[in-house]
Design a binder for this molecule. Sequence first.
Ligand code: ADE
Ligand code: ZN
Length: 345
Amino acid sequence: MPSSSSSAPSAARPPLPKAELHLHIEGTLEPELAFALAARNGVTLPYATEDELRRAYSFSDLQSFLDLYYALMAVLRTEDDFADLAHAYLARAKEQGVRHAEIFFDPQAHTARGVPLGTVIGGLSRALDAAQETYGITTRLIMCFLRDESAASALETFEAARPYLDRITAVGLDSAEVGHPPSKFREVYALAREAGLKCVAHAGEEGPPAYVWEALDVLGVDRIDHGVRALEDERLVARLVADRIPLTVCPLSNVRLRVIDDLAAHPLPAMLDAGLLVTVNSDDPAYFGGYAHDNFTAVRDALGLDDAALRTLARNSFEASFLDEATRAAYLAEVDAYQGEADAH
Ligand code: ADE
Ligand code: ZN
């Protein structure tokens, strides 16, 4: 079931084809599935009903969200749980016009609870391996390090993941940003690059532009996740434009986590005008009121983005992806051939 504030696009007017590049699989855990998994695993949630849980989705900042996000993960225990979670996301993503999804997961949030890494990756892989055939969606997996854990813990996690690196496209960095600069993770990112992985990092969500500089210059990232605060530094914007570094912006998330006061004041149009390779994504859609296409329609309505701007955002999503060139070209051709209004919903 869609969350109350997300509107499923109609089948008659399929939504604009797009790639989702900033999506935490644990952030797709809808209340219905959380309660079903709690029952299956004998876990007691501190909420009596789904509605009571939904009422807790009122956040004052990133940390207030993370507290609930990590608490609800208690229901994810078995390989089937992770596979069911990913299947539920993919079914929704298909409805939203997502043709390609690069999906984050937080291994330390599970191994710290005694869930083996192989259980997490095994369950997610089972769903992702079926994604193309079942949903017509290509996928990649991005393993994130929790930046509020130690650099040693990130290194340990990376070493534990070595047997599974063929299933992982990139490493990422998430969780509480302020006080945990990217440079803390220099060593593990160097190992990831040596192993041939792509690199991304959350930066400039709550943290300052200096964290975006560090993600670029110390970690050597290929993409910045969020990056909305980059606009505070003109030199940084020039660098991001010159190097065509994509920014995976998450508009509904920014409003729910109070990074931005109001969607109508979102810097997305300024980012597009500056020539940044910006994309629109959903972050933790079960918590923030909408999946990929819901974010597109929300920015269209709040910011008055026209058909051409929405098509640019859809094109950017494939340009910014880690797809091979032939598949990227095929998806870009789908965007160009898209018949409906780009803002169909
Ligand atoms: N983990 C899940 N969502 C996140 C976000 N928006 N920022 C940082 N870490 C996260
Ligand atoms: Zn995120």
